[in-house]
Ligand binder design. Structure first.
Ligand code: F6R
Length: 249
């Protein structure tokens, strides 16, 4: 299902409301979270909404999608740091319920398996929030990742390293590898919300709409999912065919 809004503000309000509605309906919910520019206004909106109408987060569990390898939790460009800055520092989710892949794990293979196992042990993700890379990646699952993948190490594509270079002082500082939940972990979520905003997502959203389910375009795996909402602003939706816009609610 597509939801298309005029502005990023409206996208963020809708997405924040969906996340909060899930938590209110099930205080023990398990959420899969994403980082990146797209999520910044979503998390800011969530914080605003929670300030206005407090929500019990004491039983909530979260699992983030991914983390750069080689960056500590204190590194300002790590996804751990991002999540605390944009969300967790302002919320009362118990620290033991918050999970991110460890970019400094000494035994990465074991840590990856343990991450997918921990999600399963919680009964799976109730709702997974996703952004999308300009090359169609979800999490850090780059093109050609197996759709049955679990949490694993990835070598970041050149495109992703260029796209994410904007967060680093120097392009050479962008890590070459990351840990990401696998596509199967994502597909196992009971509900998925993919958010894309802005003109740098116009092209990939049109490609995704037109694409068959194909490992060359990781996000196309989501087309198999029974409960997927794609939330876009007008810019990201600009090249969607009439057919898609008509079915949007
Ligand atoms: C981040 C993540 C990535 C981003 C994607 C879009 O945790 O999993 O897939 O969602 O790279 O990033 P932005 O929102 O910065 O365009």
């Amino acid at each position: 299902m597509y939801k298309i809004f005029d502005t990023v503000d409206e996208v963020s309000r809708y997405t924040a409301q969906r996340l909060l509605a899930k938590i209110k309906a099930a205080p023990t919910a398990v959420l899969g979270l994403a980082t990146g520019s797209t999520m910044e206004p979503v998390y800011a909106q969530m914080l605003k909404d929670i300030q206005q109408a407090p929500v019990d987060l004491s039983q909530l569990t979260t699992f983030n999608l991914d983390e750069y390898m080689g960056l500590s939790a204190q590194h300002p460009q790590s996804y751990n740091y991002y999540m605390y800055q944009h969300l967790f520092n302002q919320l009362n989710i118990p620290a033991r319920n918050v999970h991110l892949p460890d970019g400094l794990a000494s035994d990465v293979e074991t840590a990856c398996q343990a991450y997918s196992n921990a999600i399963e042990a919680m009964g799976g993700l109730d709702l997974q929030l996703l952004g999308i890379g300009s090359n169609g990646h979800i999490g850090f699952n780059e093109p050609q990742t197996c759709f049955n993948s679990r949490t694993h190490i990835v070598e970041l594509s050149e495109q992703t390293r260029i796209d994410n270079g904007r967060f680093f002082d120097d392009q050479n500082e962008v890590p070459t590898h990351a840990i990401t939940m696998g596509i199967q972990d994502i597909l196992n979520a009971k509900e998925i919300i993919l958010v894309a905003t802005g003109s740098n997502k116009t092209e990939i959203m049109a490609q995704l709409f037109a694409s068959a389910i194909d490992e060359a375009l990781p996000a196309s795996a989501l087309k198999q999912h029974k409960n997927l909402t794609i939330v876009l602003d007008r810019e990201a939706a600009a090249l969607l065919p009439e057919q898609a816009l008509k079915s949007a609610v």
